[in-house]
Design a protein around this ligand. Sequence first.
Ligand SMILES: [Zn+2]
Ligand SMILES: [Zn+2]
Length: 446
Amino acid sequence: MAIHPLCPVFLAALAALASPLRASPELSALVGSRLDTDYPSLDALYKDLHAHPELSLMEEKTSARVAAELRAAGFEVTEKFGGTGVVAVLRNGPGPTLLIRSDMDALPVREETGLPYASTTHTLNLSGKDVPVMHACGHDIHMTVLVGTARMLAGLRDRWSGTLVLIGQPAEELVVGARNMLTAGLYRQFPKPDFAIGLHDDPQYPVGTVGFGEGFFTSNSDSVDIQVRGLGGHGARPENAKDPVVLAAQIILALQTIVSREIHPGDPAVVTVGTISGGTKRNIIPDEVLLGLTVRSYSSDVREHLLASIRRIARGEAVAAGMPDELMPVVTVIEREAAQATYNDPVLTRRVRSAVAGWLGSGHVVTADRIMGSEDFSQYGRTVEKVPICFFVLGASAPEKIAESRSTGVPLPSLHSSKFAPVPEPTIRTGITAMTAATLDLLPKS
Ligand SMILES: [Zn+2]
Ligand SMILES: [Zn+2]
């Protein structure tokens, strides 16, 4: 049967292609009413997690709480996996396996939000120093969304089929937690995921909004130290010394030409010298100067280029300064702090975006800017299993605050700020709705 271009069937088919599949009103109402019932308990959980943050690799009470909540939701829970990691599995018939990840760690920041549930926690960090602690990156939001999603999907068991693996991951802020869990055998000891999804709250988007980006989404991050060596001496006798302070200055300036002169303008890259230290007194030329760099990129090619150029420039400037071979600068890439870029699988991302838009409405789903920050969620897609991953952002600010910030030009407190204060209820509810929408689409009842 030929279809006339203006026939209603054709137009409906076209509309279905152009717009996301809408959630059925019945299911939508069911999820909404379950959220209404569950929210008071989630609010209490969020505020408790927020008031009692723990640093990376020290998430003892936090992980025990997350584990208890997931167990109570009906999941089979394993604790202390890859450190303080939590793995919760719900087998619900035949079908694919979906992994949903939340991180759990907080930061050494003194909270200045003035909220009634603000953290006043102090702890000894891994170096034994007393530091304040705050959930300044919103990982408490992520954990609450994870628990709310677990309860929701356990309650909707008759609406999906497959296996859910929910994880509470330690030490995201040190970018080692995902690797620790994967090395401990996450994909071998538990059902291997066919997809992995995760989210991060983001104060630059309004509550109720979710942002997606296909392809590279968060960056490679490398920490690099340069030990600039010289021959110390009297500050008034420079002719008898080889001055590493001047050499360090030359190196810093020459490093600025890597991104501006060597990298394709369409390839984002950053080389920042964040620390410089050397010398003890004005009239002494020191023996060395230490530089600390952060280096960001998306593709592996650009990453390799940046690191090779840093080595070449450090050495080249030392040669130009007349340093002897044995005093060439020592460039060290700190492997334990390296994070790889998150690559959002385009097919999976489109699918999750469409499912989420069907629930939240297309107006609440945006294309998010790529982030020149690191996130070890990337690791879940970088094993030999090549699991497709999708990481998206969750709006966390009141729309009027965003409007005010735009009109005044005063930026909102960012992630890691002592004043970062997401609006809990709409952020958490939207996160749970998005994760539920994604799961119902990826693990359909056949
Ligand atoms: Zn963070
Ligand atoms: Zn974070």
